[in-house]
Design a binder for this molecule. Structure first.
Ligand code: FES
Length: 220
């Protein structure tokens, strides 16, 4: 290896270490605990979720979109990068997970007209994500994230996992709650870039299919 390539490799390696350290150092933010509700405002039951369908809700801010997924099988806690522990799934099958729908690459996200982000259900394929499914994919630059592994980056250019929405399931009442955010979120960059409202969600967060929230959901 010539000297220039060696130095370049060292700088890249130090960058990755710093990235991991930043994740370790980030204190968990305090956010409200809110009930997840269906489109009519009634408490959302896990049985109302179709497995492998992407649902959209807003948390912890009224302007920050998230995805809710029932992965159908238990999702264990995960460590997508060193020092960044993510919760496992909740619900009767421990299979329901939540993530921010703001791409960690360049902040692409769903809006009412269009979603560049979608979920590849089992058997679905994207031309830009060869031979893989069960992934959250951002078609803006074809980053992919694994919702069964703490939002880990499954395909670059994204370098950081998606932030996890911490969920809770009350078995007695069968209700679902969003309680916190784990991992490096992009909220400050998002507010600055898009001039969005910083108001925290106060009441129930309504959950609707992503295809009902965004008129067009991209495939790539
Ligand atoms: S903004 Fe999502 S891949 Fe670039």
């Amino acid at each position: 290896m010539d000297r220039r390539a060696f130095v370049k490799g060292c700088v890249f390696g130090v960058g990755l270490i710093c990235e991991a350290r930043r994740v370790e150092a980030a204190p968990p933010a305090e956010y409200p605990r809110v009930t997840l509700a269906d489109a009519a405002g009634a408490p959302l039951r896990p049985s109302a979720l179709a497995p492998h369908e992407a649902y959209c809700f807003f948390y912890p801010y009224v302007s920050t979109p998230c995805l809710l997924l029932d992965m159908e099988t238990p999702v264990p806690p995960a460590l997508p990068v060193p020092g960044d522990t993510r919760p496992g799934g909740v619900g009767p099958r421990a299979s329901i997970v939540g993530y921010t729908a703001i791409c960690s690459d360049q902040l692409s996200h769903p809006n009412a007209g269009f979603s560049p982000i979608h979920y590849l259900a089992p058997g679905q394929r994207d031309a830009l994500v060869r031979d893989r499914d069960r992934l959250i994919v951002c078609c803006a630059h074809s980053s992919a994230f694994d919702p069964a592994a703490g939002g880990r980056v499954a395909q670059s250019p994204a370098r950081l996992p998606l932030a996890s929405i911490v969920l809770e399931w009350n078995a007695a009442s069968d209700a679902l709650f969003a309680t916190a955010v784990r991992g490096p979120d992009s909220f400050e960059r998002f507010f600055t870039a898009f001039d969005r409202e910083r108001t925290l969600v106060a009441g129930p967060a309504r959950v609707v299919p992503l295809s009902a929230y965004s008129r067009k959901v991209a495939t790539c």
